[in-house]
Design a protein around this ligand. Structure first.
Ligand code: F6R
Length: 246
C-alpha cells in the first residue's frame, strides 16, 4: 500500500489527479472507476485543467461510476450523473457513450443492478477505481453491515450517510433513502484502488479502514486485502493513521 499524506486539500487533489493521469497516460483506453462526493472535486478540477492544456486526453477512456441515488433522474442536480457531467465529463474529451452511471430511475432496481454489473464486467472491470470514504467507513454506498455485498445492489442508506449528505439537499428529508451501488466484490476486482480522504472528520474512518480488523462493519477495511491500494489524504484525515504507523 502507498500512502501520500499531503499538506492540504489542493495538494491532495493534485496528487490524486497525478495518479489518475499516470493511469490514463500509460493505458489511454483504460477503464476508470469514478466516485462522486466532495472529496474528489479538486481532483477532477486538476484533471480538467491538464486536459484543457492538452496534456491529458480521455478520448479512449471508459468510465464506470460507483453509485447513484435511487429515485433521482439524471437531470436532478443532486444525482450522481449530474454531478459527473458538471464536475468532469462536460469539461473533458471523454465520449458521452463511454461513461456509465447506474440509472436511478429504473423501474426494477434488481434488473438495473444486474445490467450495471454486466456493463462493468463487460469492460473487464476498472483498471483504476477512485474511492472516497464515508465517515462510517463506507465505500461506494456499501454501508456497514453483517457481510460484504459482492455485486451491484440496491442499498438502504444509513442515518449517518443521510445526515452527512443532507448538506447537498434542502433538508435531510429530501435525501433519497436508497441507492444503487457497485458491490464490494465489484470494487475489489479493480486492478488498482485510489482512495482519497480529506478533513479531520475522516481520521477515525481512515484509521479503522487500514489499522482495524477487516470487517463488513467497516466496509473499507476490505481494502487491506487488495494488492494495489494508494491512499491519498490531507494532514488531518491521515493524522491518526500516521500516528499509529510512526
Ligand atoms: C460517492 C461515494 C461515497 C463517497 C463518500 C465520501 O460516489 O461512493 O462513498 O465517496 O460518501 O463522500 P465525501 O467525499 O463527500 O465525503
Amino acid at each position: 500500500m502507498r500512502i501520500y499524506q499531503e499538506k492540504d486539500y489542493n495538494a491532495m487533489s493534485r496528487r490524486a489527479a497525478s495518479v489518475i493521469a499516470a493511469q490514463v497516460v500509460s493505458k489511454p483506453d483504460c477503464v476508470l472507476g469514478l466516485a462522486t462526493g466532495s472529496t474528489p472535486v479538486g481532483t477532477y478540477q486538476q484533471l480538467i485543467q491538464w486536459c484543457k492544456q492538452g496534456d491529458l486526453s480521455f478520448a479512449q477512456v471508459h468510465s464506470v461510476n460507483l453509485d447513484e441515488y435511487y429515485g433521482l433522474s439524471p437531470e436532478h442536480d443532486q444525482s450522481y450523473r449530474y454531478f459527473m457531467q458538471t464536475n468532469l465529463f462536460d469539461h473533458v474529451d471523454i465520449k458521452p457513450e463511454n461513461t456509465n452511471v447506474p440509472s436511478g430511475l429504473a423501474a426494477e432496481p434488481a434488473e438495473e443492478c444486474a445490467r450495471y454489473e454486466d456493463v462493468v464486467k463487460g469492460l473487464g472491470y476498472a483498471d483504476l477505481q477512485l474511492l472516497g470514504l464515508g465517515r462510517n467507513g463506507h465505500i461506494g454506498f456499501n454501508e456497514p453491515c453483517d457481510e460484504f455485498p459482492l455485486a451491484t445492489h440496491l442499498v438502504d442508506l444509513t442515518e449517518s450517510t443521510i445526515e452527512a449528505n443532507a448538506r447537498f439537499f434542502a433538508s435531510a428529508d429530501d435525501v433519497p433513502k436508497q441507492a444503487l451501488t457497485m458491490g464490494i466484490g465489484t470494487i475489489m476486482k479493480a486492478r488498482k484502488i485510489l482512495i482519497v480522504a480529506s478533513g479531520a472528520d475522516k481520521a477515525d474512518a481512515v484509521w479503522k479502514a487500514f489499522c482495524g480488523p477487516i470487517t463488513p462493519e467497516v466496509p473499507a477495511s476490505i481494502l487491506q486485502l487488495h494488492p494495489d491500494v494508494t491512499l491519498v489524504g490531507d494532514g488531518s484525515a491521515l493524522a491518526r493513521l500516521m500516528e499509529d504507523k510512526a
